[in-house]
Write a protein that binds this ligand. Structure first.
Ligand SMILES: [Zn+2]
Length: 524
């Protein structure tokens, strides 16, 4: 007898047959897919029957690259400044938020983007001192690769005019040589070293809040790309108590900014809810903050971005992980960083467990790099949602020659590179997969400008990349990614069929219900 039947709808299986009317669940897994009549005939007195009334079921979405604890941090104890559009408004938000904190507590915020500011600049220490003269203030830029801090934070970290930036980082200075409060890439580590870390309880609240938020978007399987040993311990403990709200692929870091020695490889861990078998590296920075490593200078600044690692060190750390049977996922956006990674991955040779390594973001590859990636069976984890949210930054910062190959998903698929779409949230505010799909198909940014329209893919390809693509990138196609007998009954019920509506209106399809292992875990 079936535990649950969803009937009288459109089921997009991403398998054979491609479409069905109903799906049945037993013991947390999909038991049957077929017609409404077939499935209802298999239902018994104790079967929960969900009438879809014409709605559409898709496989639970997979966010292949996100930062769940950071999403949760913004939902719990961090100031969210992602919608702020001016320096004065930012100062006011910081001051109001600070008034609620105990004396001396650090004020952490996230999400400023100078391109979205009236003044077209980042906040300085002077702005933040105006808001909070005494307690340390640390605002993370929207990309997560730059801090804006106040004088109290600089003092705590003992960053002064004579402080030398660590390798792979920069301390911005004014004309007199004094730090402006902007710290880039590894220089953020100077602050991390002295900032009080979250407690295990804080972390647990963040994880739970982040995953529950994603369940409301139909995401049943997510990722935390780059976690510290402390956070990894919390994930293991929460999983052991059966308290993870959704499935998650947690990627430990081997290099933590501000920690001098590499982090040793942890124990791998694969349960139904928690997967730990991928290590994360960051080869460069972000495009929107001009720290992604390009081979030519940015349009708006005399910089080519930053490579965060000496080649030899990255090679050695990747080699260790590869030989010990880990999948490697490396953040590489600029063509210089992509080259560095393809060279290193090629040098690693056959994987002892037959795994494919990943390149996260993969923002600006050229045709030769894509062909090489396909040959090396590298999996791409890009974010079309950036086209929607950061198009303005791309248009004003990228040299002309790079714009046509910005997040070139069409070219990736045509070259034979497997693609897992994702949000990288909270880097952008919106982690709705339907918005990511819309941008993948329309290539329109949120001001109506086209970004590399020749790189458009179809809605069906985008849905595949948000479901099967994620399963491939997680190495778990046996259990997730499509609606087929034997796989986990992780499902999203949508108000409209994404394949039948115009791509511009994809976000109008709402997630009505999310099921994980056949249990309803979200209802609108
Ligand atoms: Zn990321």
């Amino acid at each position: 007898m079936l535990d649950v039947v969803l009937y009288n709808g459109t089921v997009i299986t991403l398998a054979n047959p491609a479409l069905a009317q109903a799906v049945g669940v037993r013991d947390g897994r999909i038991a049957h897919v077929g017609t409404t009549a077939d499935l209802l005939s298999l239902a018994g007195a104790h079967t929960k029957k969900i009438d879809l009334a014409g709605r559409t079921v898709v496989p639970g979405m997979n966010d292949a690259h996100a930062h769940i604890w950071k999403i949760g941090h913004l939902l719990t104890s961090m100031l969210d400044v992602r919608r702020v559009t001016g320096i004065d408004e930012l100062v006011k938000n910081v001051r109001t938020f600070g008034a609620r904190l105990p004396p001396g507590a650090w004020l952490l915020g996230r999400g400023y983007n100078e391109a979205a500011m009236n003044e077209q600049r980042a906040p300085t220490r002077a702005d933040l001192d105006r808001a909070e003269p005494s307690r340390p203030v640390v605002l993370t830029r929207t990309c997560g690769h730059i801090y804006a801090v106040n004088s109290a934070a600089l003092e705590k970290a003992q960053i002064a005019a004579d402080t030398v930036a660590p390798t792979g980082g920069e301390i911005d200075r004014d004309a007199s040589g004094k730090p402006t409060g902007i710290l880039r890439e590894t220089a953020m580590g100077l602050i991390n070293k002295v900032m009080p870390p979250p407690t295990a309880d804080d972390y647990e609240q963040m994880i739970v809040a982040g995953l529950k938020h994603q369940l409301s978007l139909g995401i049943t399987s997510s990722s935390d790309c780059g976690v510290s040993p402390q956070l990894l311990d919390v994930y293991r403990a929460v999983d052991a108590r059966g308290a993870l709200p959704a499935r998650i692929n947690v990627m430990p870091l081997r290099r933590v900014d501000g920690v001098p020695e590499p982090v040793p490889l942890p124990q791998q861990h694969v349960s139904d809810m928690l997967r730990v078998d991928t290590v994360k590296f960051l080869a460069d920075g972000g495009l929107s903050g001009a720290t992604a490593a390009l081979s030519v200078p940015y349009r708006h600044l005399p910089t080519k971005g930053l490579l965060r690692f000496e080649n030899s060190e990255l090679q050695e750390l990747c080699g260790d992980a590869h030989r010990a049977g880990w999948r490697i996922a490396t953040h590489a956006i600029g063509d210089m960083a992509i080259d560095q990674m393809l060279e290193i991955y090629e040098g690693l040779g056959e994987h002892p467990r037959g795994l494919s390594h990943r390149i996260e973001h993969f923002g600006l590859p050229d045709a030769a790099q894509l062909a090489r990636a396909a040959r090396l069976r590298v999996i791409a984890a890009p974010q079309t949602i950036f086209i929607h949210s950061l198009g303005r930054n791309f248009r004003s910062y990228l040299p002309d020659s790079y714009l046509p190959r910005t997040y070139p998903i069409r070219a990736m698929l045509d070259a034979g590179v497997r693609v897992a779409l994702s949000s990288d949230a909270p880097v952008v505010e919106d982690d709705n997969p339907l918005v990511g799909m819309m941008a993948a198909v329309t290539r329109l940014d949120n001001t109506g400008h086209l970004i590399a329209p020749a790189q458009a893919i179809t809605t069906a390809e985008a849905l595949h990349a948000y479901t099967m693509g994620g399963a491939i990138a997680t190495g778990d196609t046996d259990n997730r990614g499509s609606i087929e007998a034997g796989k986990w009954a992780d499902l999203a019920v949508l108000t409209a069929n994404p394949l039948a509506i115009s791509p511009e209106t994809l976000p109008a399809a709402k997630v009505d219900m999310t099921l994980l292992a056949g249990r309803v875990v979200f209802e609108r």
